[in-house]
Design a binder for this molecule. Structure first.
Ligand code: FNR
Length: 355
């Protein structure tokens, strides 16, 4: 059996394989409530051999939405709309996680295919944004620096959303600490200029992510796995570094995380990224530290043999893919077929295995 299609047990959850669907915003919710689109979109991967599907960045507070069309978990109506989506994935024998998110200074923006771009004006459905410091992202509206009460409300927002996610039946909780959103804004000296206990040293910049991780773990109890997605570099001078990411990975594991989902970038517009197949794998390897810290790799990993090689080299414990699953929702079945592995095909699709 390949490593890619071998199971992985995290706390009380055994995932049947290590080829997972990366969280992807669909910008198709109404008032934070997932719609029929999300149902069909997520369920298709469950029939396609995914060992785990993580639903899109889902706002823990309304002001934490990237766009007015993001999903949320800040109220019970949203929880109740997620529940049948989780059921649909479970009915196909797969597992569904959710990415809990707050966009900070990158909130209140137009969705990618809107006619406009940048910040949504308040008279067109936008809202004031918050951040560690009053530093705008690339022409977006200037955020207000969070005060102590605001920081407490963010931590509470993550905990309450985690509770609703568990009530809806989600199997994994992922904290979004990457891509230039709020928790990453605290981690990076490029966006965090605070002089209180949440700014300055790495220990201080990591404090909010650590407090959120602890709060989510308290809600999750002992059984449910918690992942933390980080950007392991800002790809910009003076930014967050892979060495800092490795330290933060260790800290959040001590705070109750079970796996670090290693991505990169998104904090500043002047980032320079050398994009090529598997370009973020060395970052996952740096955070993984030879297997001490369970880590996943993501980024232009688009076929089974390539993903298998990453695991065989010991650079990651699991593989997230995004766009390949959009091109082929049965990517998992195809990869297993190509690697000669047995994967739980839906009975209805078994004839596709014959030749
Ligand atoms: C993304 N990505 C992303 N990442 C994340 O952490 N939360 C999110 O909600 C989203 N949303 C999103 C939407 C769409 C349409 C795409 C294509 C991507 C990033 C994604 O999870 C993944 O990290 C990158 O796409 C790189 O992996 P691939 O696509 O090269 O396999």
């Amino acid at each position: 059996m390949s490593l890619l299609f071998s199971p992985l047990t995290l706390r009380s959850l055994t995932l049947p394989n290590r080829l997972w669907v990366s969280p992807m915003c669909m910008y198709s919710a109404v008032d934070g409530v997932p719609q029929e689109w999300h149902h069909t979109h997520l369920a298709q991967f469950a029939s396609g051999g995914a060992g785990l599907i993580v639903a899109e960045a889902t706002a823990v507070l309304p002001e934490g939405r990237i766009s007015p069309r993001d999903t949320g978990l800040w109220n019970d109506a949203q929880r109740d709309a997620w529940a049948p989506i989780v059921d649909a994935v479970h009915a196909r024998g797969a597992h569904l996680g959710v990415q809990l998110a707050h966009a900070g200074r990158k909130a209140s923006t137009w969705w990618p295919w809107a006619a406009e771009n940048g910040s949504v004006p308040e008279d067109q459905g936008g809202w004031p944004t918050v951040a560690p410091s009053a530093i705008a992202f690339d022409g977006f509206a200037e955020p207000a620096a969070l005060d102590a009460d605001g920081i407490s409300a963010v931590i509470e927002g993550f905990a309450d959303a985690a509770r609703r996610a568990l009530d809806a039946g989600f199997d994994v909780l992922e904290i979004h600490g990457a891509h230039g959103y709020l928790l990453h804004q605290f981690l990076s000296p490029l966006s965090n200029r605070r002089d209180d206990e949440y700014g300055g040293s790495l220990e201080n910049r990591a404090r909010l992510l650590r407090e959120v991780t602890e709060a989510v773990r308290r809600v999750a109890g002992d059984a449910v796995p918690v992942f933390v997605r980080i950007s392991a570099t800002d790809h910009a001078p003076g930014g967050f570094t892979p060495e800092e990411a490795a330290q933060v990975g260790e800290w959040v594991m001590a705070d109750g995380a079970d796996l670090i989902d290693v991505s990169s970038g998104g904090l500043v517009a002047h980032q320079r990224i050398d994009v090529h197949p598997g370009y973020q794998v060395p970052l996952a390897a740096a955070v993984r530290q030879g297997g001490r810290i369970p880590s996943s790799a993501v980024g232009l990993l688009t076929d089974g043999a390539q993903a298998e090689a990453v695991l065989a080299k010991g650079d990651a414990d699991a593989i997230f893919a995004g766009r390949e699953w959009l091109r082929d929702p049965h990517f998992g079945l195809r990869a297993a077929h190509e690697l000669g592995d047995d994967v739980a095909w839906p009975d209805q699709y078994l004839r596709a295995r014959w030749r």
